[in-house]
Design a protein around this ligand. Structure first.
Ligand SMILES: Cc1cc2nc3c(=O)[nH]c(=O)nc-3n(C[C@H](O)[C@H](O)[C@H](O)COP(=O)(O)OP(=O)(O)OC[C@H]3O[C@@H](n4cnc5c(N)ncnc54)[C@H](O)[C@@H]3O)c2cc1C
Length: 445
């Protein structure tokens, strides 16, 4: 492993206070607003199409990277209270053959993940945004287009213009209206496709705490996959999110055609331990369908519009890193605006810094997903035959833990896990200096 040499200069200047608009109050949008107001004191407005923003969604896994960003915002301690510490990720076949058993401690003795309900994460971020008097929140405002002239950007909503702004951050998610319809932003897109397999998910109690501190996956071929993620408490009882792989082609019909009893039997055949979980499934209304996108942007900005989060790099959740990358985008963008004299320099630096991290996780998700969700018998056979012995080699196990933790910036390079883990485990006091960010983000100019 080549150690990363940090080359950091304390910039005496930063981008002067500017007027910034953020489109979308999801993970990336809220975190961007909070970073920009906390560390840069810019004038920030968020536009969200939903009238009363809330987040539907199952549990998600926060990695050390995402938790580090939350810690910089001062939100990690309260978020931790709502989640479950995850120490390992286990996968096996329905016949009990182990595929991998990745422990965060392989990366660092104090490393861990956090299973949390997406709604909890959203609520903490959104509350912090609405409680922050320097951030203006405009809900029920669907942004339909952006127009750039003379270094200013104007946002269009139906019939009304907003702005002008000095910078627009498009954080409008995997189905980004702006990136798919605005002629200039469309030219940035290299790939945008929906995966052929998605998931049906539900959240239920785990009263016997059978799934403890482990994200548990069970597979049968590549067409059946069950994921069980402990993600905090509901009414004082432990809850888990259950994910069941389904083809995306059922998206419009499953509500009418799904036989819930057959589904429960099928899940129990793949993983008998899931019986107490599926016994709590009584109605189709407890289930939600989710599809995944695979999005690659050539470049995350055009002029003074920069794209962050899923709008820029949606990926399959196989590696549990989408929300973490979104949080990291927000932190890095704010750091570059803080350490450069002009918006142009900051966006150029941001794009260069984000490229290897985002490219690595997009590539790994793209490569790995068909081994777990596809129609290929060969890939399933190869996975069952080789993955177990291969992943039990200590060096490989450690590499897998490093990838899972979100710190890889390429095959060799990575962020410094020690700095991250010390911060998230409370071993390094959080101060208001941005020293740690500078140590982690090596290309600051
Ligand atoms: C089943 C599943 C499991 C997952 N598991 C994990 C996991 O374990 N770990 C992980 O890190 N990630 C996981 N993810 C991915 C994670 O949920 C996303 O990466 C993350 O939520 C992206 O955040 P975002 O802010 O970019 O987009 P979003 O959260 O989608 O937010 C976009 C916001 O923009 C608003 N908006 C959209 N268009 C407009 C418009 N035109 N005008 C105004 N507002 C607009 C939307 O209403 C929304 O509020 C998972 C995803 C799925 C589907």
């Amino acid at each position: 492993m080549i150690p990363i040499k940090f080359c950091v200069r304390n910039s005496p200047t930063q981008v002067r206070l500017i007027n910034i608009a953020i489109v979308g109050a999801g993970t990336a949008g809220c975190a961007s607003a909070l970073f920009l107001s906390k560390y840069n004191q810019h004038k920030v407005s968020i536009f969200e199409r939903v009238e009363k923003p809330y987040s539907v969604g199952a549990g998600l896994l926060l990695q050390p990277t995402g938790m580090y960003a939350l810690n910089r915002l001062g939100l990690l301690d309260e978020v931790k209270q709502k989640g479950t510490q995850i120490n390992r990720l286990r996968a096996e076949t329905s016949k009990g053959r182990g595929l991998f058993d990745i422990k965060y401690s392989m990366l660092h003795p104090d490393a861990f993940g956090l299973g949390i309900h997406r709604g909890e994460l959203f609520q903490h971020l959104y509350n912090a945004v609405t409680n922050n008097k320097s951030i203006k929140v405009l809900t029920n405002t669907h942004i339909t287009n952006v127009e750039q002239t003379d270094g200013k950007v104007v946002l269009n909503t139906t019939g009304v213009s907003q702005g002008p702004f000095d910078l627009v951050i498009a954080a409008d998610g995997a189905r980004s209206h702006l990136c798919r319809t605005n002629p200039l932003l469309m030219t940035l897109t290299r790939r945008h496709r929906v995966y052929p397999w998605g998931t049906l998910w539900f959240v239920v109690k785990d009263p016997e705490n059978k799934f403890g501190d482990t994200l548990h996956q069970t597979v049968q071929g590549t067409k059946k996959m069950l994921g069980i993620l402990p993600n905090g408490y509901h009414d004082g009882e432990r809850v888990v999110s259950v994910f069941w792989s389904v083809p995306t082609s059922i998206k419009d019909t499953w509500r009418k055609t799904l036989d819930i009893e057959a589904l429960k039997n099928e899940i129990c055949c793949v993983q008998p331990l899931a019986k107490p979980l599926v016994d709590q499934l009584h109605s189709i209304d407890q289930l939600t369908f989710a599809d995944y996108y695979d999005t690659i942007l050539e470049n995350p900005y055009h002029g003074r519009v920069v794209v962050v989060g899923d709008a820029c790099h949606a990926m399959s959740p196989q590696l549990g890193n989408g929300a973490n990358l979104a949080l990291w985008d927000s932190m890095v963008l704010s750091t570059f605006l803080q350490n450069n004299d002009t918006v142009e320099q900051a966006l150029k630096g941001f794009a260069a810094e984000r490229k290897p991290h985002v490219r690595f996780y997009g590539m790994c998700s793209r490569m790995l997903t068909p081994y777990f969700q596809s129609n290929s018998k060969v890939l399933g056979w190869g996975r069952d035959a080789f993955m177990g012995p291969f992943s039990s080699i200590p060096f490989v196990g450690k590499q897998m833990a490093t990838v899972l933790s979100g710190v890889k910036r390429g095959v060799i390079n990575k962020y410094d896990e020690r700095t991250l883990v010390q911060a998230i485990s409370g071993r390094r006091a959080l101060d208001n200096s941005d020293h740690d960010d500078k140590v982690l983000i090596r290309n600051i100019i």
